[in-house]
Design a protein around this ligand. Structure first.
Ligand code: ARG
Length: 600
């Protein structure tokens, strides 16, 4: 940490130690009474309890020791033994200058020991439409990728493309039944047509129809199963056809994700784990982990006594192991979703050797990951703590159910972005923003406002809670919204531009006014927000900070004239403070995956 709070924490710890008390109790926090103090430490209460001493007295002694610290202008004991601190203007100015000069991190600290991290997010599937779970995963995962990278970790974002299940067999059958796959259905090694026989529209039309047919028609289902087995078994024509499905889907998805400013370092598919499958199954068998269960092969992952009540088909209730065994090979001989995930861990271990894998996937898959992780730990493919499922709540419609489009269909990313951009245009017109830019720039601004609205609405909620999709609210230029923050960014940029036009440049920072002090204390809090967001994998802490910073800037700007300040040094200092606020705000928004326009 590089913030004032930690610096003061060290001083308080030293004072505690000098009084013979446990220095680890000397935690300094932001004051919850900003009218009385900047920071506080409540450690004397716990310390006194341990020593059976009077807390006020102990606090007094500690305060006495700290009163000589030149960074502090007041050290006071309050209530039962809280210590309140006020820091000097000079100390704040120095910290503000450090933040302003820190182009890379705007006052936040890098991690002490960088790690290698894989973030598995978005998880779209070939041909299957995306739903809100994929959208949230994309937004949250992208933000975590940027956060971990900002702090110095080596990060791979992996889309973990769903390209290998039963849906592939369904598509092979469906395309074949339309008579379009003849060139691929022949036996042998090919050559096979280089052109895709299907477009994205075909896939989107064929997949739901085929899935519906398979539900009703066992014979159809059986053909799809055989096709899946043929594909997974390596039949060349099926593979060639499948490659077209994957390529067509991926191209479309990359375009959609691109519009959302979501990009991946790896587009590894579930299929990439396939070559690891046989070796892994042999290894699990050799380790005695793979056992026969009702014709299938499973790994038992529950510990002794870990059970829960389970109702059987005949209505009787038994105590079943919990979590249930991981199904590795089904009774029909096929590999399952969990098998793929386990083999993907083996694959990542071999190719990237990460210290940590984060899975940003819908909370509803929590049990699946619990099973996979336990199996991986049992087999020694990862060490406990290296695999982490980051679940999240759903984005709901006003009916409280997972959001659907007006037509009742699952959400299409492209449609959602179009809808949001339409609304952004309207709002900009209403607010008479973007009136004097050319049409191309206006479109860019509207797009950025739309993405900011969607992403900020998502990321300002704690990852684990659900929230209601309300585009009108998300798109407002007032309140805790993406558009409000973009507006603040643009306002500061315009201020700096006007300054430059008048020949006024940022200069050395001095701090005098209460609103300047508040702004600097807010800038200082960024370090904590970043490290908490990182430790908890909670981007909303950064969203919150961004909002607070924008508000602190607004108050500063209202209270402290910048360009019309009579004194040149004051003007320079306030311009520098404005620029520091801008840089930190842009960095914070960048971590949230939100790009900002130059003007509106
Ligand atoms: N494709 C999956 C789905 O649509 C999500 C994949 C999540 N990641 C994983 N490693 N299983 O539900």
């Amino acid at each position: 940490m590089t913030d004032l709070k930690s610096e003061l924490g060290e001083a308080v710890a030293a004072a505690f130690a000098a009084e013979g008390v446990d220095a680890t109790l000397a935690r300094v926090t932001t004051s919850d009474r900003p009218d009385l103090a900047d920071f506080q430490s409540n450690g004397a209460l716990a310390a006194a309890k341990a020593l059976k001493a009077n807390p006020r007295e102990l606090a007094g002694k500690v305060a006495e020791r700290l009163s000589a610290d030149p960074r502090l202008t007041s050290v006071e004991v309050a209530g039962p033994g809280f210590i309140n601190f006020k820091v000097s203007n000079a100390t704040l100015a120095k910290r503000a200058q450090a933040v302003a000069d820190d182009a890379a991190l705007a006052g936040a600290a890098a991690v002490a020991e960088p790690r290698k991290v894989v973030i598995d997010y978005a998880g779209p599937n070939v041909a299957k439409p995306m739903h809100v779970g994929h959208l949230r995963s994309s937004i949250i995962g992208e933000s975590l990728k940027r956060l971990f990278r900002l702090r110095g970790d080596t990060v791979w974002g992996d889309a973990h493309f769903g390209d290998w299940g039963f849906q592939m067999g369904l598509l092979i059958v469906a395309v074949g039944d339309e008579g379009r796959a003849d060139g691929f259905l022949v036996e042998g090694d090919g050559p096979f047509p280089a052109e895709s026989p299907v477009s994205l529209e075909d896939l989107e039309r064929l997949y739901p129809a085929a899935a519906a047919t398979a539900k009703e028609d066992p014979a159809y289902r059986d053909r799809a199963r055989k096709a899946t087995a043929g594909l997974q078994g390596g039949r060349p024509g099926y593979r060639a056809l499948w490659k077209h499905f994957v390529a067509v889907s991926r191209t479309a998805l990359e375009r959609e994700f691109g519009a959302l400013d979501v990009t991946f370092d790896l587009w590894n598919g579930e299929s990439d784990a396939d070559p690891r499958m046989a070796g892994m199954i042999a290894d699990l068998t050799a380790k005695g982990l793979l056992v026969e269960d009702d014709g299938a092969q499973v790994v038992h992952v529950a510990g002794p006594g870990e059970t829960r009540k389970k109702k059987l088909a005949d209505g009787s209730v038994i105590e079943a192991p919990s979590p249930p065994p991981l199904l590795v090979v089904s009774s029909e001989g096929s590999a399952m979703y969990g098998t793929t995930d386990l083999a993907t861990i083996v694959d990542r271990r071999e190719t990237l050797d990460p210290d940590l894998i984060l899975y940003v996937v819908d909370e509803r898959q929590a049990e699946h990951f619990e099973q996979v992780y336990r199996a991986a730990y049992l087999a020694g493919y990862a060490k406990p703590g290296e695999l982490e499922h980051l679940g999240f709540g759903t984005m709901n419609g006003v009916d409280g159910k997972p959001f659907k489009t007006r037509a009742g269909g699952v959400l299409k990313l492209h449609d959602l972005i179009t809808q949001a951009t339409d609304k952004a245009r309207d709002r900009l017109h209403e607010a008479q923003l973007g009136a004097d830019v050319d049409p191309v720039e206006f479109e860019d601004i509207a797009h950025k406002v739309a993405i900011a609205a969607l992403k900020f609405a998502d990321l300002s909620n704690s990852r684990t809670t659900s929230y209601i999709f309300d585009l009108d609210r998300f798109m407002s230029f007032e309140g805790k919204t993406g558009p409000y923050l973009l507006y603040q960014v643009v306002r500061i940029r315009s201020l700096l531009r006007r300054g430059a036009e008048q020949g006024a440049e940022p200069g050395p920072i001095t701090v005098v006014e209460p609103a300047e002090r508040d702004l600097v204390l807010t800038l200082d809090a960024f370090d904590q927000a970043i490290s908490d967001a990182y430790d908890k994998r909670m981007p909303h802490l950064i969203a919150e900070h961004a909002y607070r910073l924008a508000q602190a800037f607004s108050k500063f700007y209202a209270a402290c004239p910048v360009l019309i300040a009579p004194d040149e040094a004051v003007r320079g200092s306030r311009l520098a403070l404005s620029k520091a606020a801008l840089d930190q705000l842009v960095l914070a928004l960048g971590v949230l995956g939100i790009a900002t326009p130059e003007r509106m």
